[in-house]
Design a binder for this molecule. Structure first.
Ligand code: ADP
Length: 550
């Protein structure tokens, strides 16, 4: 028995030393530590952590009475209101699966998701009741429909999709209910549909372990603390609010809900509640930067902003800093529970000139502390590219904060995980300081005369032009070059359209000539509800332009 003294033998996982990780435990912690602390604010509606805990218990108990159990799906179609947050605890606490749906989707797609995800219950905000009614009429399911009654939303009883209100449902629940929790940390807790820009949406499944870890990684990366006041400018349906639905609670901070992402209520909330943190895609930051003077408010505290979902142009970072925000840049995908990488800050950057500092910060950075590994590698061989800041490769991720897989789609799951890494489809270079810099999505790269052109690089150049508010660059078919860059540009408010030739000349002066756009189109840019510019729409528009002359 010479092995008996070895530290790694004969010790088992037992109830005392191994319990499933779950983000539901963050609520239990904060309710014990800070029962009287403000957990949620929503207009005049306020909940302490004790209140939030009791309401989540009521909701879980009432859902259990309605037959929701382990592995069942509860869908929700709602903006960032308290009930959305409550569902993020009550549903996983039953071992059930929360399916937060994007309310900007059309009825046909919502019907697809309800059907595909096997929704047993649908919680719906009054504003989206007609949409959900339409979706239900199109699908073969008859889930229990619960109408959410938001104090800040439309209150018209005609706007109901079901026969039970949320208030009545909570009334049926037990505020002391002992929820079962997940059986295993690998249990599914969340189902999220990707935007489905190519084909049908894919249902991404998260597990409790990943949500727990990613929430803690994000709390750390974004410096959340019990003093944090987090404003909900990022949709909670988007990767469960990049897991901040759980991260803010883990830190014991205060959630400030927001029905609509508009500069006036955002500035008002920052001032009224002394908001310390918010998240958003770069387009949300751009909205704030370009808000009219009478809407903008000044504040005397630093507001931390995490941005991601697309690369922020360095000019946006610089303008946000000038307004009193401190920007943290995050990168990730739905498949990675939102943020998987962070452009971790270095104090030495503080002394750099603004534009140079912003250029460093617009890189996507390094893996979150809770992600096992990130590499930029050759997509065919899987070999990591040199860290030379020049060789292009695919970003690949590995670790406990990567999805379980796509619901009912083993082929797509196998493709995504080929070679032991999650394939992001994003193309990047790896810098000598280990930071990655995304150059494009594989499908967005422009190949002109055999040369790769990063649409982001051309956009970055356009953003630096003083008349430009937003820019998106896509490939336009070209008989001679294969493809050439075509730019879609939104000008700053009140600016008369310049001759496109001046913008083309600006790009030629600041970029290699072959990278300069050959065509410029002025106008608003089509966006998804999560603030991403819809490049596939622009590619169609570029294709439809009159053929180029040479
Ligand atoms: P969808 O695929 O529906 O647009 P996702 O949120 O999953 O929704 O999008 C993930 C993609 O967004 C990434 O693959 C990448 O192309 C882009 N992205 C996310 N964060 C960044 C970032 N910080 N910089 C550049 N691109 C980003």
């Amino acid at each position: 028995m010479e092995d008996a003294g070895r530290p790694d033998v004969a010790l088992a996982r037992v109830a005392a030393n191994h319990v499933p990780l779950t983000p539901v435990s963050f609520l239990e912690h904060s309710a014990l530590a800070w029962p009287a602390k403000m957990a949620v604010r929503h207009g005049a509606f306020e909940l302490t952590y004790a209140d939030l805990h009791a309401r989540c218990r009521r909701l879980a108990s009432a859902l259990a009475q309605a037959g929701v159990g382990h592995g069942d799906t509860v869908a929700i179609v709602a903006p960032n209101i308290p009930a959305m947050l409550e569902a993020h605890y009550a549903v996983p606490a039953l071992g059930a699966v929360l399916n937060a749906l994007n309310y900007r989707l059309d009825a046909k797609t919502i019907a697809f998701c309800l059907e595909h995800g096997n929704a047993k219950v649908v919680l719906v905000d009054a504003e989206f009741a007609p949409l959900v009614r339409d979706a239900l009429a199109r699908c073969g399911r008859t889930p229990l429909v619960v109408d959410l009654d938001d104090c800040e939303g439309p209150r018209d009883p005609a706007l109901r999709a079901g026969t039970l209100t949320y208030a009545a449902l909570l009334e049926q629940g037990d505020p002391a209910y002992a929820w079962p929790g997940p059986r295993d940390e690998w249990d599914s807790l969340s189902l999220l549909y990707t935007s489905g820009t190519t084909g049908e949406p894919k249902g991404v499944l998260y597990h409790h372990r990943g949500a727990y870890l990613n929430a803690l990684g994000n709390a750390l990366a974004f410096r959340l603390s019990p003093a944090s006041v987090y404003l909900w400018t990022l949709p909670m349906f988007h990767c469960n609010g990049w897991t901040y639905t759980w991260a803010v609670t883990a830190a014991g901070g205060t959630h400030v809900c927001l029905r609509r992402v508009d500069p006036p209520p955002i500035f008002e909330a920052i001032v009224a509640h002394r908001v310390t943190h918010l998240c958003g895609a770069p387009v949300v930051l751009n909205l704030l930067v370009h808000a009219p003077a009478h809407v903008r408010r000044t504040f005397d505290h630093v507001v931390e902003v995490a941005t991601g979902g697309a690369a922020p142009a360095s000019t946006i970072i610089a303008s946000m800093e000038a307004m009193g925000f401190r920007v943290t840049h995050l990168y990730g995908l739905t498949e990675s529970y939102g943020p998987a990488a962070v452009c971790a800050w270095h104090d030495e950057w503080a002394v750099l000139p603004l534009t140079e500092r912003a250029l460093r910060m617009s890189r996507q950075g390094v893996a979150m502390p809770t992600l096992a590994a990130l590499q930029v590698a050759d997509p065919d061989t899987g070999a990591p590219v040199p860290r030379d800041g020049a060789t292009l490769g695919e970003v690949m991720l590995r670790g406990n904060t990567i999805m379980k897989g796509y619901l009912g789609n083993p082929a797509a799951t196998a493709r995504a995980f080929a070679g032991g890494w999650f394939r992001t489809g994003d193309l990047a270079v790896w810098h000598p300081d280990n930071y990655i810099e995304i150059k494009d999505r594989a499908k967005d790269i422009i190949i002109s005369g055999g040369e790769n052109i990063s649409s982001l690089e051309v956009e970055e150049c356009l953003y630096r032009h003083p008349l430009v508010m937003e820019a998106a660059v896509v490939a336009r078919p070209d008989a001679r070059w294969g493809e050439t860059p075509c730019a879609f540009v939104t000008l700053k408010p009140g600016v008369p359209p310049p001759d496109p030739a001046t913008l083309i000349a600006w790009c030629r002066a600041n970029l290699a000539h072959f990278k300069a756009p050959r065509a410029i189109v002025f106008g608003p840019l089509p966006k998804t509800s999560t603030g991403k510019i819809q490049k596939f729409v622009l590619r169609e528009a570029a294709r439809a332009l009159a053929p180029p002359n040479g």
